[in-house]
Design a protein around this ligand. Structure first.
Ligand code: NI
Length: 462
């Protein structure tokens, strides 16, 4: 009996160990969508007399690709500012330049898709798309034509695959304008310029007005390598295997007892424009060490690329809110476009953390009250703004926080800059000493300080 018991115990132990090991393998062995080791993110924010600028681009360890990207950014900046100087301001709204990118990688190729939006005059944003392919093994920029064995055959194949795939994926949109669709999928290079290469598939982007009206936004189609390896040159062929589903990892979210927060001096730190691969993770480590909760207002296009960081923030007990999909000023958008910016972001957040968000920070803090109802979200603004994006100076940002923070403050920062992370952590240490408690928006709601179901807006905590 005794022996049997021991064997039983060992068996259970071995099974438990095997389970733990396999969970670890599943969790850490999941292949990342993007290889971050060769680049970091550069952010530019600028508020001029009559304009707002928001630019993001990747900076690589390669002069060749950096020069190309910086040329694009600098040209856009220069021509935009020249135009702003010439234009007299005719509306209440600021002119706007917004450059964002999406990036994917394989074991040798980065695909970098830039979208530039300009709002100068007229009803619509002016949009320009550009794409770069960077082979980081050969340290070379690759022309679209050189990805394929035979350009003509490739286009014919892409056209066949896209026609079928789009019809299946977007039934209702596609038939709203049949002529537009047929022209938009015809086998010409212009229609298939924006192809993103990932480990398990390619994704073709169809900008607005190519296959469907503007209001349907960007449409895209994923195609497995099994269907396209034949047209690719050998170097860029991918693995022909079915897409694996992300493993669902169960994790108990860190929450704290709300009673401990009652009758305390409260501060809500908020971080916009992330997530960012390096700085957000560093910030999360610092927050965890200090057992502090904050709120992240994330951009949908960045959540899509780094859902794992958003999930990590959420699991650590922080609140995730929306900062819209692409950071365009609401004042320059039509109702339908605003709704799309919000719904796309909410979808990405829900995909990343498994929970919906109902709070939003409008880009640049610009909005009209009617937009609160339109989006169905509660708007969270701020009462303390150290302008960290402008100064990028630890001491200056730190001093501004210390000098202005008081019970009930909502503080605006950006988790894009190392200087902001350092200043935030220093300020947290100082203010903790002074007896403040740092709380997330969710905790404030639990404390009855904010009502998030009412579609209101808040600049500070009541
Ligand atoms: Ni912002």
């Amino acid at each position: 009996m005794v022996k049997k018991n021991i064997i039983c115990k060992y068996l259970i132990l071995i099974i438990a160990l095997a389970l733990i090991v396999s969970m670890i393998v599943v969790f850490f062995g999941t292949k990342k969508e993007i290889n971050y080791s060769n680049f970091h993110n550069v952010g530019i924010i600028e508020d001029g007399k009559n304009y707002n600028i928001k630019i993001e681009y990747p900076k690589f360890n390669s002069k060749k690709i950096n020069e190309k990207i910086e040329k694009l950014v600098n040209n856009e900046l220069k021509s935009f500012k020249e135009k702003c100087n010439k234009l007299k301001k005719t509306t209440d709204f600021n002119y706007e330049l917004n450059i964002q990118y999406e990036i994917t990688s394989t074991d040798r190729l980065y695909s970098i898709h830039f979208i530039t939006y300009k709002y100068l005059e007229g009803a619509h944003y002016e949009r320009t798309d550009s794409i770069y392919y960077y082979d980081y093994i050969d340290n070379d920029l690759i022309n679209w034509d050189n990805l394929f064995k035979n350009k003509k055959e490739a286009l014919e194949e892409l056209s066949i695959l896209s026609t079928a795939g789009l019809k299946q994926k977007y039934k209702e949109y596609i038939y709203s304008d049949k002529t537009m669709f047929e022209e938009g999928v015809s086998p010409i290079k212009k229609n298939y310029k924006y192809i993103m290469f990932s480990d398990n598939h390619i994704e073709i982007f169809f900008p607005p007005y190519q296959v469907a009206p503007w209001s349907s936004g960007d449409l895209s189609l994923k195609i497995g390598y099994g269907d396209i390896n034949d047209i690719l040159i050998d170097k860029y062929k991918g693995i022909e295997e079915p897409e694996k589903k992300e493993p669902i990892t169960s994790y108990k979210r860190k929450t704290r007892d709300i009673n401990e927060l009652k009758n305390k001096k409260l501060i809500a730190l908020t971080f916009d424009d992330g997530p960012s691969w390096k700085t957000t993770r560093r910030l999360l480590d610092g927050l965890r060490e200090r057992d502090v909760r904050v709120t992240f207002f994330v951009l949908g296009n960045r959540v899509k690329q780094m859902p794992e960081i958003v999930k990590k923030a959420y699991d650590d007990g922080h609140t995730i809110g929306s900062h819209t999909y692409s950071h365009k000023s609401f004042n320059n958008l039509k109702d339908e476009e605003i709704k799309k910016e919000v719904s796309r972001t909410n979808e990405e957040i829900e995909k990343a953390i498994g929970k919906k968000t109902n709070i939003l920070r409008p880009p640049y803090g610009e909005y009209k009250k009617s937009m609160i109802k339109l989006t169905g979200m509660t708007f969270i603004l701020w009462s303390v703004d150290p302008q960290d994006w402008k100064y990028k100076n630890v001491e200056k940002v730190y001093n501004h926080i210390i000098d202005n923070a008081k019970d009930g403050s909502i503080i605006l920062l950006h988790d894009l800059y190392d200087t902001s992370v350092d200043a935030a952590l220093m300020a947290i240490d100082k203010l903790l000493e002074e007896g403040y408690v740092f709380v997330s928006i969710e905790e404030l709601e639990k404390l009855g300080k904010l009502n998030l179901s009412s579609g209101k807006y808040y600049y500070k905590i009541k």
